[in-house]
Design a protein around this ligand. Structure first.
Ligand code: KIV
Length: 284
């Protein structure tokens, strides 16, 4: 029986210098392929709003959306460390709301950890969720749910003032009890400093090398065409593969090539009996 990864394993990996590789997934098949490939962690990100549900951003995503997709991922990847992403307005109003909604991820979807965006300003949320016995991952730097305040999806910490803000956020997140932190779209020098300075694992999406790397599966698979951030490395072009397969299918249907002999179920009784049956129901 394969051993399920825990937060302790992730802390050991940081200590030994082993990089953690993780992706987002939102459905059963992607989760099972990721687990089969040996992925260390899976994030069921609220990016599902864009890459699965077709919204322009993450703000419309609901708790129900997140729970449903976390359940599918948990079924597909029973032995991988799964992180549920708290959607906009599931933790912004109060510590109580944050604990209740974080708890739903564990009770209803059996995730291993929840992630929420923000540093200093969500420290009390992280503290409350941690005190409820739930593993929390912080998310600092570019925080898409508050990208309006940041002036768009812009890299953070590129000047001294910005870097200081990122560092203060990281320290606040760790002090509040987060057991790991994700840094998004920050210069690699700042991220590397954080990985040395913090005792919890520091992970990157578009923030250079640290204790591990996250990419959005739809980006690395080439399955999301609206835009591709600078930090993405594309490992496949699934959109092209799918579109070409659909085109070939349409052509086969229109030309009558599909279905072929091999795609039908043969009758079990003599064909003459079927002909007689059809005659019975043939109107003059
Ligand atoms: O929702 C998500 O996929 C995320 C990543 C952008 C880090 O939070």
């Amino acid at each position: 029986m394969p051993k399920k990864k825990t937060i302790l394993d992730l802390h050991k990996m940081k200590k030994s210098g082993e990089q953690a590789a993780w992706v987002t997934a939102y459905d059963f098949p992607t989760a099972s392929f990721a687990e089969k490939a040996g992925m260390d962690m899976i994030l069921v990100g609220d990016s599902l709003g864009m890459v699965v549900l077709g919204y322009h951003g993450t703000v419309p995503v609901t708790m129900e959306d997140c729970i449903r997709h976390c359940q599918a991922v948990r079924r597909g990847a029973p032995n991988t460390f799964v992180i549920g992403d708290m959607p906009f307005m599931s933790y912004q109003v109060s510590d109580e709301d944050a604990v209740r909604n974080a708890g739903r991820f564990l009770k209803e979807a059996e995730v291993d950890c929840i992630k929420l965006e923000g540093g200093v300003r969500v420290a009390s949320r992280i503290k409350s969720i941690n005190e409820a016995g739930i593993v929390v991952m912080g998310h600092i730097g570019l925080t898409p749910q508050s990208s309006g305040q940041l002036g768009g999806h812009k890299a953070q910490g590129r000047d001294i003032k910005g870097a200081r803000a990122v560092i203060l956020d990281a320290l606040a997140v760790e002090a509040a009890g987060a057991l790991c932190v994700l840094v998004e779209a920050v210069p690699p020098e700042v991220t590397a400093f954080l990985a040395r300075r913090l005792s919890i694992p520091v992970y990157s999406i578009g923030a250079g090398r640290c204790d591990g790397q996250l990419l959005i599966s739809a980006d690395l698979l080439g399955r999301f065409e609206a835009f591709t951030p600078k930090f993405v490395k594309k490992y496949a072009n699934v959109a092209e593969v799918e579109t070409n397969a659909f085109k070939a299918y349409i052509a086969d249907v229109k030309s009558g090539i599909f279905p072929g002999e091999e795609h039908v179920y043969r009758v079990l009784d003599p064909i003459e009996e079927f002909k007689a049956l059809f005659d019975e129901y043939t109107s003059e």
